[in-house]
Design a protein around this ligand. Structure first.
Ligand SMILES: Nc1ncnc2c1ncn2[C@@H]1O[C@H](COP(=O)(O)OP(=O)(O)O)[C@@H](O)[C@H]1O
Ligand SMILES: [Mg+2]
Length: 250
């Protein structure tokens, strides 16, 4: 489980996270939703130690952020940030190999190569594996980065808006793959999603943020209501139940 306790975070005198305490359960898929600027990326950046802790505690199972070795955390948790900077003259396969770094420090063995091959296959990147990143479409490049995160083979996968740039087929395929990782390989998926319908359909658990605070947590079928859309997102959208899942009518 990921446990966040009393996390506060300020930049230049502006408070961005306000005393955030939340548990992200182990196993299954937790979706983090909330309006733009709610603090979702900032929270994930703290969990993955991309931002230094100012106050509060973050624990990932038995590892405490700020006190554990970075290499231990890298083998337990992988993150795909919202903005990735890519090196143009790097092929898809070379990028995915970087995902194995925490395990082999750059000297890939047979197990590492097998995992790279598995990531390429899982994301249908075979035909693109030798192409340089700057020759790909935004969506293809994005998929390569998700595959790199997958290749890390960690218990926890944190993905910040991984559906950006993906078409409907690619979005559904990625969500189905992440769901399968949670269901059959005991991975814990924590994912920031803007599409509430995707979140409600695929996730077991929602964490709703607003104004740098946790607004509510729970099952999609309990949380996604007309009232939530009004109060948290400030929009008057109707919610219907479709196949026992809430469905926001745009
Ligand atoms: N380095 C920074 N300097 C100033 N403001 C920041 C910085 N990083 C984030 N913020 C602000 O913090 C708030 C939360 O940002 P973020 O966590 O990216 O939101 P979300 O991912 O939910 O859209 C936003 O208002 C954003 O403008
Ligand atoms: Mg964000």
């Amino acid at each position: 489980m990921i446990t966040v306790e009393n996390l506060n975070y300020s930049v230049n005198g502006t408070q961005i996270l306000h005393d955030v305490s939340v548990d992200l359960p182990k196993g299954g898929m937790t979706a983090l939703i909330g309006p733009n600027g709610a603090g979702k990326s900032t929270l994930l950046s703290h969990v993955s130690r991309l931002l230094p802790l100012q106050t509060g505690r973050v624990r990932v199972d038995d590892l405490e952020i700020g006190h554990c070795a970075s290499s231990d955390l890298a083998r337990k948790l992988a993150i795909l940030p919202q903005q990735v900077h890519f090196v143009t003259r790097l092929s898809v396969r070379e990028l995915i190999r970087f995902g194995r770094y925490p395990h082999c420090k750059g000297r890939l063995g047979p197990k590492d190569h097998a995992r790279v091959d598995a990531a390429i296959e899982a994301f249908g990147l075979e035909a693109l594996s030798d192409r340089f990143l700057d020759t790909l479409s935004g969506g293809q490049r994005h998929k390569a980065h998700v595959a790199m995160t997958y290749a890390q083979d960690t218990d926890y996968l944190l993905l910040d808006e991984p559906l950006n740039n993906l078409d409907i087929a690619a979005s559904r395929a990625l969500m189905a793959l992440l769901r399968d990782l949670a269901d059959t390989q005991n991975k814990t998926i924590v994912i920031v999603l803007h599409d509430i319908n995707f979140a409600a359909h695929y996730a077991d658990h929602l964490v709703v943020m607003k104004d740098g605070q946790i607004n509510c947590t729970g099952r999609p079928e309990d949380l996604v209501t007309t009232a939530l859309l009004r109060d948290v997102f400030g929009t008057a959208a109707n919610v219907e139940m479709v196949c026992n899942k809430p469905y926001v009518l745009p």
